[in-house]
Design a protein around this ligand. Structure first.
Ligand SMILES: O=C(O)c1ccccc1N[C@@H]1O[C@H](COP(=O)(O)O)[C@@H](O)[C@H]1O
Length: 209
């Protein structure tokens, strides 16, 4: 299986186009005002208008009100949303968008509630005082390819150097990275992007042999 790749924290068109040219599957736009990678909805919308088809745009929200999520996701032309705060998992059913729901690795989950939920996938991230994007990996033995029958997207401190090992060990549906492919917050390093994608593809190819 080809591991899907999401590059999160896009704030600039050139970074979005570089990631797409490398064949990534999804781009994340962070609408949490306190994020170092925050992007205004109109700026995100202008970037999205310049993207080719078949690239999923994901709006990242932290404890936002429903009406704000609908307004921002609409204006910025998001195709999916990521709930990355303390939202209860039942909140996923309130949206017509596919929802990536963040789980903190190592916490005790109510698997039955997760299975009943309308989450499309679970984004498994490092528990951290910062809501996300801290660049800190967690113990991957806590991860698995699926949780409650839904695909897992592995996140938290992934880099071009460690993502191959992460994919080999966890075999997640997808991987997600923000800080590990940056030169500074919100600015992607295109060489790191290329090495990240290549490391994932190499791990995928090893699995196929
Ligand atoms: O990136 C952020 O600033 C951020 C802020 C608030 C919520 C989520 C955020 N990013 C998400 O966190 C994961 C892990 O980031 P990193 O790779 O460890 O830097 C990232 O994949 C984003 O989805």
């Amino acid at each position: 299986m080809r591991t899907r790749i999401k590059i999160c924290g896009i704030t600039r068109l050139e970074d979005a186009l570089a990631a797409v040219a490398l064949g990534v599957d999804a781009l994340g736009f962070n609408f949490w005002a306190q994020s170092k990678r925050h992007v205004a909805p109109d700026v995100a919308g202008q970037i999205v208008r310049r993207l080719p088809p078949f690239v999923t745009t994901v709006g990242v929200f932290v404890n936002a009100m429903r009406f704000e999520i609908f307004n921002v996701a609409g204006e910025a032309r998001m195709q999916a949303i990521q709930l990355h705060g303390d939202e209860p998992v039942g909140e996923c059913s309130q949206y017509s968008f596919p929802v990536l729901y963040r789980l903190r690795a190592g916490e005790a989950w109510d698997e039955a509630a997760l299975a009943r939920s309308q989450a499309t996938a679970f984004l498994l991230d490092t528990p951290s005082p910062a809501q996300g994007g801290a660049g800190v990996p967690f113990d991957w033995s806590l991860a698995r390819p699926e949780i409650a029958g839904k695909p897992v997207i592995l996140a938290g401190g992934l880099t071009p150097e460690n993502v191959g090992e992460a994919v080999r060990r966890v075999r997640p549906y997808g991987v997600d990275v923000a800080s590990g492919v940056e030169s500074s917050p919100g600015v992607k390093d295109h060489e790191k992007l290329a090495r990240f994608v290549e490391a994932v593809r190499r791990a995928d190819a090893e699995e196929e042999r």
